[in-house]
Every structure is written in structure tokens, then in C-alpha cells.
Design a protein. Sequence first.
Length: 281
Amino acid sequence: MTRTKHLFLATLLAALAAASVRADTPTEKRPAKVVVPIEILKTGHITVKVKVNGKGPYTLIFDTGAPINLMNNKIGKEAGLLKGMRRPAFTLFGSMGDVKVKELEVGGQKIGNVEAIVMDHPTVKAISDAFGPIDGIVGFPFFARFKMTMDYQAKTLTLVPNGFEPPSALKAMEATIMALLAGDPGPTILSSPGQWGMAVSKKSEDDDPGVTVTKVLAGSPAAQAGLKEGDRLLTLDGRWTDSVADTFTAAGFVKPGTTVPVVVKRGDKEMTLKVKPLSGL
């Protein structure tokens, strides 16, 4: 999976790490595979056609860096999202509130009872003004459920269900931000649904690809795969790991018990290792 431009700060991705609960929606029966047409904007952003509660289609940015789904006020009104909207005392990003979308559909892949926030995001509006109607963002709560393959030449996105039900990003971010406002710095270690048995880091002045593996626990999946302290982790299951947040995001896609490739650089040589993370629940 190649890199796309993120609309949200990497620190918000770190907030996702605080989530340790699964979504409360049972796994739904979905098509084995769908191929979705995409449009690539001059900015590098990818857009897809999306139906919300049967309304639409709307044009949304498909953003692998977004920890949430975001719908503008137009969708909120037309798709009936405003009714029953939760309006907490503190709303993220200045949103009107957060909702549970009854049905979110991308190219025939339908997800029920999925979280989203409703607001006219200024960045999305600016892109919409420049390139035509764009009504929001499809993020982690949707795409984490699928193994994705992007074909830039054919301008298609293939989605294959992976059986993963992601944790609640909204609850995690809200709790983390409230803790920060209260003076509690919160956790500094990122984690994922699976146990990998390794830690990574990257210094602020480090512009090279990948992150450095700083610790490998004895007997862990990482150790059994052959990872060593000092290795430079370049990709995880085909996804770039150019920052700690990127690494967590990539790890979050992997269903525990699934064997995936990791590419590391050891000295002057690149090698591909196979890691099978254990369940972290």
C-alpha cells in the first residue's frame, strides 16, 4: 500500500493506541472482493464514491492517515445523521458531534453501525472548492476491515474483508485529549491489537526511510521471525513505516494470528522476514 497524504496530525493516530476494546458491531457478511473506481486529485489525495444510509453517492477522500470517518453537514442532513447525534461536552475538531452511521457503503462493501463525526472540515472544504464537491473522509473505522490493493494505472481500489473489527478511535481520542487537558500526559508507548514483541523509535532529525527496532522481546513473534535490535524496519505487511505512528497504523491492519511480511535493513542488506503476531486481548 503506497503512502497517501494525511489530513490529521500524527499525534491523533497515537491516541488510537489507547483503545483496547473491539467495536460492538458483529462481523457482517460481505462480498469476498470488490473493485472500486478511484479518482486521484492533483494533491495526491484519493477519492471514492460512498453511500451513507442509502443516500448519495457522495465523493469522499479515502485517507489511510485518518483515524475517523468524517461527513460534512450536507451528508449529515440528507442521510439523517443529525437525529440522535451525540453532543459531548468536548467535541473533537470543533465538530457538531459524533454519530453511528447505520450503513456506510463503498463499492458494494457495506459496513453497519460505524462511527463518524459530522462537520465542515476546513481542509476538506478547501480541497472541495479547488477540485469539485468533496463531502468528507473515509478513514480507519472503514478501511481497517479490509486488505487493500491500489492500482494507480487502472485507478481502482480492491477491498477484501480481513475479519478485523477495529477499536473505537473516537472514544480513544476523546479520552486522550481530555487527559491531556487535565494535565495527564497519558501513555507514550504505541500498541496494536496484536502482540509483536518489539519496540521502535525514530529521532526527530532522522529523515531516512523506516524506523529503528530498539527492543525485541525474547520468545516473542518478532524474535521468532528473526528481527534484531538495530534493524531498520522499512515496511510492515506492504505498508510504509517511516514514523512510529506509521508503524502503529500498519500493525493495526494486521489481524492477530496472521503471518505477514516485514522488510528490514540490516547493515547494507535488505531482507524480508515473516511475523505472526499473537492476540493482544
